[in-house]
Design a protein. Structure first.
Length: 364
């Protein structure tokens, strides 16, 4: 295999494959390196994304959404039209929300195929052990050189670990796939059910993705396993899969580019902290990064356009989401009875604005 590349992408998930697709389609020579045997497996956390129509309303500054989010029906397990926010007592605020629940392994493989069709090459079962200057070193002794190296390996990405000092809050999660009949509604649970985070029930075809994430500082000597077992016990049915992971919940980091190094997706903190959305934001960031790489390689443009264009498209939304989570911290520190009282018909629209990264009361 070729050893010299215009761009090397570490990690072939939604961010990495999208970077590769948009750079390669402009003639950039791209190699994607991933440690997994099959990209998309094992399953990663929740599988909910907005429909393209819903996303256009949520992210009006993001162009050409239909071009970015091309999903076959094979990658969609189920669709939903409602979302419920649930207190520990069971009180529920229900909102209209048009979403798609993914078959995540199929979805991620479709993104790989789009990148390959554009000309990107992939190396799987290949673990990155070091990055020095323009060279990526693999566990098997291979070395590959890239004019640009992009870290898309998630919260523990090796490029970020070595060359970025900025810390992020990572919320650890556990989830399961369970068989059964579930209502056509996504439910998110707050308060002591999931201290400092939330639990979820995302309906799928013939079952659901059920999970929970918490923050240690709010858990008061109760660990994630205990809270997960407690929440999972509410649901009866055959469990077909159990998994775990981490979500970076501090929002986007302050700097995406350092010299010829770049970060995108979870590696760059591209998760909205007020709702945990990461798949769509990773792909938005991945496209912006891929386009900046192509402009740099082909025209000599500065890679700083990546950060500038991200801020144009997602800056306000990320700012409101970071501020929205500060409102959430009030809830995290509140007893269940106060959480229950605060979920009412008067507060309903303001809570939804915070979850959807909109300015509460228009004051920030």
């Amino acid at each position: 295999m070729e050893k010299n590349w215009d761009t090397i992408v570490i990690g072939g998930g939604p961010a990495g494959s999208t970077v590769a697709r948009y750079a390669a389609q402009e003639g950039v020579k791209v190699l994607v390196i991933d440690s997994r045997e099959v990209i998309g497996s094992p399953l990663q956390c929740g599988e909910l994304v907005p429909t393209n129509e819903q996303l256009k309303k949520l992210c009006p500054s993001v162009p050409e959404i239909n071009d970015l989010f091309k999903l076959s029906e094979n990658a969609v397990s189920r669709r939903t039209t409602k979302m419920g926010l649930v207190t520990p007592s069971g009180k529920k605020l229900v909102y209209p929300f048009r979403g798609k629940i993914l078959e995540r392994p199929i979805h991620d493989q479709e993104l790989v195929n789009l990148a390959k069709d554009a000309g990107a090459e992939y190396m799987t079962k290949s673990k990155v052990v070091d990055i020095i200057d323009d060279t990526v070193y693999l566990a098997n002794g291979d070395e590959h050189r890239g004019k640009i190296i992009v870290g898309c390996g998630g919260p523990h990405d090796p490029l970020r670990a070595k060359h970025w000092n900025e810390k992020s809050l990572n919320i650890f999660v556990k989830f399961m796939l369970i068989e059964g009949d579930f209502e056509d509604q996504v439910d998110l649970y707050f308060g002591s059910t999931a201290p400092g985070g939330y639990a979820w029930v995302i309906p799928k075809k013939n079952g659901a993705n059920v999970g929970i994430g918490i923050q240690k500082k709010y858990a008061k000597n109760v660990n994630l396993k205990t809270k997960a077992d407690e929440f999972f016990s509410k649901f009866k049915g055959k469990v077909t899969y159990k998994g775990s992971g981490a979500l970076p919940m501090s929002g986007s980091i302050s700097q995406f580019v350092k010299g010829n190094y770049m970060l995108a997706g979870d590696s760059a903190g591209m998760v909205l902290p007020s709702n945990g959305a990461g798949i769509t934001t990773a792909m938005i960031g991945g496209r912006v990064a891929g386009q900046a790489i192509a402009n740099h390689i082909n025209n000599g443009d500065n890679l700083s356009e990546y950060e500038a264009n991200w801020n144009k498209q997602m800056g306000k939304m990320m700012k409101y989401s970071k501020r929205g989570i500060k409102w959430g911290e009030i809830m995290f520190n509140s007893p269940d009875w106060l959480v229950d009282v605060s979920f009412n018909s008067f507060s309903k629209p303001f809570i939804w604005r915070a979850v959807n990264c909109r300015p509460v009361l228009g004051i920030y």
